[in-house]
Every structure is written in structure tokens, then in C-alpha cells.
Design a protein around this ligand. Structure first.
Ligand code: PLP
Length: 490
């Protein structure tokens, strides 16, 4: 490339010094021209692609993406030279390799060492082996997704879940959609549009990511009627708010916060009696919703889907990927007419569940039907993990961490908008990094696969509870590599 004279002439001496003495544009053997023209020092695209390390990258990531990256990097060098700015890296090859990261797929597997079991930022619930196999089967070829094999004609995708959902929860009918937020939107749109929905002021909550119950209600076309106070609401508050425009009473589980002290919320069966008496629907948004009793694991009770059905809710809504431990989905179970109205509503098409999720959800529900959920569903397996094997693993990790690591008691949490303030006693490998906490956590995240830890009290905590034992070797190797690199290893 011919130098642009204007830019060339504007070079300030310190920059030129940096270019030619401190920062080699190319490897020494690469350098062809030692004239003072820095543009001419830049290697060609072909020359860079022939470099063994860049060539290896092209084998791994494909020739065209790597060639584009090489051109981008060269462009960055030209821009830096033109503006007398600092160069991206001492050599162009190093700059290309440093940006090879951008060629990795954006969505990657990570090791979750945070001790938060249902971590929304890390993809919530990992699937069971048979759920994964079901996804592969359903996705690899064709299926009877919407095809009735007996009749040889069009069927419905909802048929695959209905029976299992009813068997497990005791409900008359069920439907699964994209997620619980859309299940709630669909229920309100199909059952309460242009009418009023009564809700306690203590339940007008924000779930997370800006998902607020009053906003969802508005979007559905229903009108919100608030009753009671933040801390206390009685059945009579609901009763007094009923008009001829009322369609339903909505109860929303306080998933991610706890109100303590002088509080009162009516029981679901109390609300069910009122709704029945006055000809209204009772909708129960459980959020997480559990099918197993969390009290068996030393945790506070999380409402059971079966209990809500039994108490008389007309529609019970819950997530597929919170305590259920399945794929992202929203599930509604309840009375046949209400579920039918949801299936028929035009929004049902907009929020429908895909075949891979139906497959994973069916396999996950099967674990509950067979009574093997605690053993097979990863979320429940992690909740049920006893302390001793966690301590043993934390100790092995700490051995790998050497002088900078210790084992300490800590608390794992269930997360995912369930059991706020509750925790499971656990053990962590705790690193006091010589390089600084933030830098060390960043180095862990830069590993392949990335390791995500928790920063607490100025140290880095790694909780084995949420790490699959097959990932232990990677965690240990990463600790050895990072702490030896800093000169503080064992
Ligand atoms: C989490 C939650 C939702 C949203 O569920 P998604 O499956 O994340 O869409 C709705 N309501 C409550 C009470 C929740 O806790």
C-alpha cells in the first residue's frame, strides 16, 4: 500500500520511535523493509495467512472468517499509524491471535462455580441426560410434532404434554408455551381481556429483567384492580373489590423477595372459595413452582404445583427451567375450559413452544412421573448433594490452587427467583489472588471453557456444588495454570 503522505508527514518522533524500536510490526524474520515508512512494514494478508499460528487458526475457524479478521487487524494498524495512536499489539500476528476470541461462537458453555444452582445469567437449569437425548432425537429428524399418527392427519403439538402434566399435577388439562411470562400474558389475554383482575398490593412485583406484573396485565388488555396493602391483604379486601366487570383474582408468588413481620396474605383455598362463590376465575402464578417438596432438603417451603391445583386454582402457571429443572418453557395447568381458551387464543401461536423444548420437557416430566427426579434432574441432584463430597472436591481444588487457596464453609443458593434468603450449607475453594481479585476472576472467565466464580469479601470463591464432577479436572488445571503463571503456585 502506498503511504498517504499527509499522515506520514504528520508523524511525531516519539511515535516513530515506538513503532520501530519498541513495537515490532512483524516478527524479525518477517521484516522486509526497514525504511522509515511504517505502512510498508505491514505484512500482506497472504503473508499473515501463511504464518503457522494463523494457518492453524484458519483450520479451526475456517479460512474466510480468519482472512476477514486479518484484514480488520491490518486496517486497525493503518488507522493507528495514520492517527499516530498506539498499535494494537507488537506484531500483527499477535494482534490477530488476540482477536481470535471474536471468532468463537458467542454462546459458549461455561463452568458455573458460583454456587447459585438456577442462575438466570448462566442459562438456568441444565438438562438431564435423557432430556438432552430427547432434544437430539426431536431435532435431528422429523417427528409427529403436529401429526396424528393414528388418524394420519393434522394433530396438535399440545397433545404431547397434556397427559403427563395432568398425571403429575392432578389438573384436568395443561399447555406449555415459550416461558412463564408468556404463559401469564396468554392466560390474562384469553381469560380476562377488557375486564378487571384483582390483585393484592403485596404481589405487584417485578420478577427481574424489568418484568413487572402490572405491565403484563396492561399488555394483556385486562384492567388491574389493586387491593389491600403491601404487607396485609385479606379475603374481604378481594370480596369488596368485585364488580360485574371482574374476570379473575390473580395471585402472584413472591418469588424473589420476602416480607417479614406484620404480614397477612389469604390462603389459596380461601381465595378459591370466594372465586367459586362469585363466579370468578382464580389464576395462580407460582413463578418457579415445585413438584418436589423443598422442605425435605432443609429449605423453606416453595409452593407445590399439586397443592395449588388441589386448593382450587383454575389456572396454575410456572416456569419450565426454574425448580422444574427442564428447558425454558411456561406451563399452565388447570380446568379444561380455561386451558382450551388459552390454546384457541391467537397469542398462543405467537408464544408457542418449539419441538426441542417439548421433547426436553416431556423427558423432564417423566423423571417426576417415575419418582426419579432427585436422582436424574440436575437441579434437584445439586440441591440434594451432601456436604462431604463437596468438601472433598473443594480440598482437591485448593490443592491445585496451592499457597493462595484455602477451603472454607460457604452457602449455595437455589436462585432463579425461588427461595429468597434460603441457602444450602456448602464448601468453597477460596482464592486470595496475588494478581488482585478482579483480575483473577477475569482470568478464570478467559479460560476455555470459562470458569465463573463468585467474588465475596475481596476474595474469589469457587463452590463445587454447581460444577459437574466431569468439569473438576478443568477447574484444577486452570487454577494450576493461573497461579503458577503468577509465581505463587504450589
Ligand atoms: C420467574 C417468574 C416469572 C417469569 O417466568 P419465566 O419463565 O422466566 O418467563 C413469572 N412470574 C413469577 C412469579 C416468576 O417468579
Amino acid at each position: 500500500m502506498r503511504p498517504r503522505l499527509a499522515a506520514y508527514n504528520l508523524f511525531k518522533p516519539p511515535c516513530r520511535l515506538r513503532l520501530h524500536h519498541q513495537c515490532r510490526l512483524t516478527e524479525p524474520e518477517d521484516t522486509v523493509d526497514h525504511s522509515s515508512n511504517p505502512y510498508r512494514d505491514l505484512p500482506s494478508v497472504d503473508r499473515l495467512l501463511a504464518d503457522p499460528r494463523v494457518a492453524a487458526l484458519a483450520v479451526e475457524r475456517g479460512h474466510n472468517p480468519v482472512a476477514s479478521l486479518v484484514r480488520e487487524v491490518l486496517e486497525a494498524y493503518r488507522a493507528a499509524i495514520a492517527s499516530s495512536a498506539a498499535l494494537p499489539a507488537p506484531t500483527v500476528v499477535e494482534a490477530v491471535l488476540a482477536r481470535a476470541e471474536t471468532l468463537r461462537p458467542s454462546l459458549q458453555s461455561v463452568v458455573n462455580a458460583t454456587g447459585v444452582i438456577i442462575h438466570t445469567n448462566l442459562g438456568r437449569a441444565p438438562l438431564s441426560r435423557s432430556a438432552i437425548e430427547a432434544v437430539v432425537r426431536a431435532s435431528a429428524g422429523y417427528s409427529n410434532l403436529e401429526f396424528d399418527l393414528d388418524a394420519g392427519e393434522r394433530g396438535t403439538r399440545f397433545s404431547h404434554l397434556d397427559v403427563t402434566l395432568c398425571r403429575i399435577t392432578g389438573a384436568e388439562a395443561g399447555i406449555a408455551v415459550n416461558n412463564n411470562a408468556s404463559a401469564l400474558l396468554l392466560a390474562l389475554a384469553a381469560l380476562c381481556r377488557d375486564r378487571e383482575v384483582i390483585i393484592s398490593r403485596g404481589q405487584l412485583v417485578e420478577i427481574g429483567g424489568g418484568f413487572r406484573i402490572p405491565d403484563v396485565l396492561r399488555q394483556s388488555g385486562a384492567t388491574l384492580v389493586e387491593v389491600g396493602t403491601t404487607n396485609r391483604t385479606y379475603v374481604r379486601d378481594y370480596a369488596e373489590a368485585i364488580t360485574e366487570r371482574t374476570a379473575a383474582i390473580l395471585r402472584v408468588h413472591s418469588s424473589n423477595f420476602r416480607v417479614v413481620g406484620f404480614t397477612e396474605q389469604p390462603s389459596l383455598s380461601g381465595l378459591a372459595s370466594l372465586a367459586r362463590e362469585r363466579g370468578l376465575l382464580l389464576l395462580d402464578d407460582l413463578g418457579s413452582g415445585a413438584l418436589l417438596d423443598t422442605r425435605a432438603y432443609g429449605l423453606a417451603p416453595e409452593p407445590l404445583v399439586q397443592d395449588s391445583v388441589r386448593a382450587g386454582a383454575d389456572v396454575v402457571l410456572f416456569s419450565g427451567d426454574k425448580l422444574l429443572g427442564g428447558p425454558q418453557a411456561g406451563i399452565a395447568v388447570g380446568r379444561t375450559e380455561a386451558i382450551q381458551a388459552m390454546r384457541r387464543h391467537p397469542l398462543a401461536r405467537a408464544v408457542r413452544i418449539d419441538k426441542a423444548s417439548i421433547a426436553a420437557l416431556t423427558a423432564t416430566l417423566d423423571h417426576y412421573a417415575k419418582g426419579e427426579a432427585e436422582r436424574e434432574v440436575p437441579v434437584w441432584r445439586m440441591i440434594a448433594l451432601p456436604l462431604a463430597p463437596i468438601e472433598t472436591r473443594a480440598e482437591r481444588w485448593a490443592d491445585a490452587g496451592g499457597a493462595d487457596a484455602t477451603v472454607e464453609a460457604c452457602e449455595s443458593t437455589v436462585g432463579g427467583g425461588s427461595l429468597p434468603g434460603e441457602s444450602l450449607p456448602s464448601a468453597a475453594c477460596v482464592i486470595t489472588p496475588p494478581s488482585g481479585t478482579e483480575a483473577f476472576a477475569a482470568a478464570l472467565r478467559a479460560a476455555d471453557p470459562p470458569v465463573v466464580a463468585r467474588i465475596h469479601e475481596g476474595r474469589v470463591w469457587l463452590d463445587p456444588r454447581t460444577v459437574h464432577p466431569s468439569e473438576d479436572a478443568h477447574v484444577e488445571a486452570t487454577l494450576i495454570r493461573l497461579l503458577e503463571a503468577s509465581g505463587h503456585g504450589r
